[in-house]
Design a protein around this ligand. Structure first.
Ligand SMILES: Nc1ncnc2c1ncn2[C@@H]1O[C@H](COP(=O)(O)OP(=O)(O)OP(=O)(O)O)[C@@H](O)[C@H]1O
Ligand SMILES: [Mg+2]
Length: 261
């Protein structure tokens, strides 16, 4: 469905952040991308969503395709409308001074059909707390409620694929669990999900496959179960195991893999 091929991205013409990334996403899956701060995860999502130029970034090599058609260079609204790909950026992008319902309305800006009300009700069905608070200003909502609203707003665009950037950031474990179980439900309704997360354990638990990124490269990939059981992933991202290696790159498995490549 989505294929990212040898993607290279620089910011401000000089800061090289993605150094040849290749990722494929199949229809219907929940793909997880994990990696340390600064690895380039957000940059990858920005590039796919057609937003990299807003951040003074450029794709200097490689390609991004949806169903074999290149989307490189298209703008974000085009990608959303033509390919059904919607990106929920980091930091809970909601309008603080609008009510929850007005936020959902604002997110339907690209649609002219009469289904908006029905779709809002569906969002409330999925996130009952949003239904309860529909007339409350979004600025008063908790972090978890704002994240649910951000995803609800994305759903108002009727996406085929959702890119989610660290939705669990700053949320309590119980709320994260609830959120991830809803993401699982969304996926079962047919929406393909790309989930970038620091919360590797919870993410890999609901994911089908995953990639590990480090400094602009993919250093490991596999199905979610394999990654959860991988000794190096456990050490660096799940906080277990011996702590003597400072970076994923020190891992002997990584070195061995690099030799194969
Ligand atoms: N607009 C920008 N201009 C210049 N450099 C940037 C810009 N945005 C990001 N960077 C740099 O690119 C690198 C990758 O950033 P990015 O936000 O993609 O990483 P990330 O993996 O999402 O990190 P985090 O887990 O902290 O969100 C970082 O070194 C960051 O400082
Ligand atoms: Mg990020």
């Amino acid at each position: 469905m989505l294929s990212i091929e040898n993607l290279r991205v620089v910011y401000h013409d000089v800061i090289s952040v993605l150094n040849g990334i290749s990722v494929t996403v199949s229809e219907g899956e929940i793909l997880i991308i994990i990696g340390a701060n600064g690895a380039g995860k957000t940059t990858l999502l920005r590039s796919v969503a057609g937003m990299i130029d807003f951040y003074d970034g450029d794709i200097i090599d490689g390609d991004i395709k949806i169903n074999d058609e290149s989307i490189k260079g298209l703008d974000a609204t085009d990608i959303m409308k033509r390919f059904g790909l919607t990106y929920v950026i980091e930091d809970r992008p909601v309008f603080w001074y609008l009510t929850i319902e007005e936020n959902l309305g604002a997110a339907s800006f690209s649609r002219w059909d009469k289904q908006v009300k029905t779709d809002m009700e569906n969002v409330y069905g999925l996130f009952p707390v949003l239904g309860k608070l529909r007339h409350r200003k979004a600025g008063y909502a908790s972090g978890g409620e704002q994240q649910m609203l951000a995803i609800g707003m994305a759903l108002m665009t009727k996406p085929k694929m959702l890119l989610l950037d660290e939705p669990s950031l700053g949320l309590a474990p119980l709320i994260t669990e609830e959120l991830f179980s809803i993401i699982g439900r969304l996926n079962r309704t047919g929406i393909t999900i790309v989930l970038v997360e620091q919360n590797a354990h919870a993410a890999l638990d609901i994911g089908t496959r995953g990639y590990v990124m480090e400094t602009g490269r993919i250093v490991l990939d596999g199905n979610a179960r394999e990654l959860l059981e991988n000794e190096d992933v456990r050490e660096f991202y799940l906080g277990s195991g011996k702590k003597e290696r400072k970076s994923y790159k020190d891992a002997k498995r990584y070195k061995r893999r690099k030799r194969w490549l």
